[in-house]
Ligand binder design. Structure first.
Ligand SMILES: Cc1cc2nc3c(=O)[nH]c(=O)nc-3n(C[C@H](O)[C@H](O)[C@H](O)COP(=O)(O)OP(=O)(O)OC[C@H]3O[C@@H](n4cnc5c(N)ncnc54)[C@H](O)[C@@H]3O)c2cc1C
Length: 393
């Protein structure tokens, strides 16, 4: 358990340079990068750490580039992540194995806590078990309301960053920041299994595509099997549980399934595809899923979150001593160039994965001509060269 480094009441005794709300990959990486720049940083999360999170835990080369740029690669390596080498896709009882080098699998339980600890080691303060809500601008700071079992306090910060993920509500009450979800979007579900069929060996992302969703299965560093899926909410209702819905998709695709899956502890998300019309306001920036998310989970979600965080750090450092409204435009333009532009690949894959007959037809073609998948894999793994140099700006 990572203990709080101060109390909520202590937080109110000063004006912070930066308050980062949410300690997922976006918030953890950003807090560490800002503390490295000698800013006074408060990282707040509604949960205690370590904590589980609905995610497949697969980091692609793009994610690793951001982790390197943040100086966090040794921290990830110390968790002994599983190197990924292959993508095994199945639909309608046909399957194909495609090479997928360069990525790793790691539990979010381990990684997010390690990033929080690194932010603390770099000088950030950490307040868990506390909900934060962004307040108004007064003079040269913005308010944040902290709510916990101990009561509520208001604090002030020169810059506030909402890194609150898909379902975070820290900015929803501000004009222009209510996120809109795609009505046809699927929901995310996840469980980590101790017992599972032996066919799911380490180093492979197994992906089963069915009519009502798709299920990804990957072994993580402690040997357990992470099962993460995007499914129709109606499929979960009809099947009676997330586990039963995933089991049906695995059976339809022809992947081994075990009844133990239904007994596991499943977690769920709100609808996955959503967007906000704004990513910044006076003394406020959004980053990671809080700024918008697109199905599916191809290793891109954490890449967007951490690339955004590494890219935002120098802007926050410049905005702290002297705010200008130009920072709002600067971040919204950067965000579009860096993240929104890349999301079309995932949008296209989500459309494809909704048509299992299309995937089933593609499987024998990919079996014969596996190189046809390479442009998509390259595109997903591709990282802008400048990400590697960001931490030095
Ligand atoms: C089923 C599924 C599988 C996925 N698989 C992968 C994968 O294999 N690889 C990949 O790269 N991506 C994957 N993703 C996407 C990935 O999980 C997200 O993109 C990533 O977690 C985004 O990070 P984040 O830091 O923006 O938000 P999060 O990781 O969601 O973190 C947000 C944090 O904010 C906290 N919070 C929220 N509201 C408040 C508040 N008001 N006050 C205080 N704290 C708050 C939460 O407790 C949480 O800790 C998957 C997603 C799903 C749904």
């Amino acid at each position: 358990m990572i203990a709080a480094t101060l109390t909520a009441r202590d937080c109110a005794a000063r004006t912070w340079d930066a308050v980062v709300i949410g300690a997922g990959p976006a918030g953890g990486v950003l807090a560490k990068c800002l503390a490295d720049r000698r800013l006074s940083v408060l990282l707040v999360d509604s949960k205690s750490f370590p904590r589980a999170k609905v995610c497949g835990g697969c980091l692609n080369e793009n994610s690793l580039a951001a982790i390197n740029a943040a100086g966090l690669r040794p921290v990830v390596d110390a968790l002994h992540p599983v190197p990924l080498t292959e993508f095994h896709l199945a639909a309608g009882r046909r399957s194909v194995r495609l090479p997928l080098p360069g990525g790793i699998a790691v539990s979010r339980w381990g990684m997010d806590a390690a990033f929080v600890q690194s932010a603390i080691n770099a000088g950030a303060q950490f307040l868990p078990d506390t909900q934060a809500f962004v307040g108004d601008v007064t003079g040269d700071s913005r308010g944040v309301r902290l709510e916990s079992s101990g009561g509520a306090v208001s604090i002030a910060s020169r810059i506030v960053i909402a890194a609150t993920g898909l379902s975070g509500r820290s900015v929803a009450h501000l004009p222009g920041f209510a996120s809109s979800e795609s009505p046809t979007s699927r929901i995310g579900v996840e469980a980590t299994l101790d017992a599972f069929p032996a066919d799911y060996h380490p180093g492979v992302i197994f992906m089963a595509a069915g009519r009502r969703g798709y299920v990804g299965l990957t072994r993580v560093e402690d040997g357990r099997l992470n099962v993460a899926a995007a499914v129709d909410a109606a499929a979960v209702r009809d099947a009676g549980s997330p586990g039963a819905a995933c089991l049906a998709i695995l059976e339809e695709a022809g992947f081994p399934a075990s009844a133990d899956m239904q007994q596991a502890e499943w977690r769920g998300t709100a609808k996955l595809t959503r967007s906000t019309s704004r990513q910044a306001d006076t003394r406020l920036f959004l980053v990671g899923d809080a700024a918008g998310y697109v199905e599916p989970f191809t290793g891109e979600g954490m890449a967007w979150a951490m690339t955004g965080a590494v890219d935002l750090a120098p802007l926050v450092a410049r905005a702290c001593p002297g705010w200008s409204d130009e920072f709002v435009t600067a971040w919204e333009q950067r965000y579009r160039r860096l993240i929104t532009r890349r999301q079309w690949v995932c949008r296209s894959l989500a459309v494809g994965l909704r048509r299992p007959r299309l995937v089933r037809a593609a499987v024998p073609i990919l079996q014969r001509l596996p190189w046809l998948a390479q442009p998509i894999i390259r595109r997903l793994n591709h990282h802008d060269q400048h990400v590697a140099t960001l931490s030095t700006r």
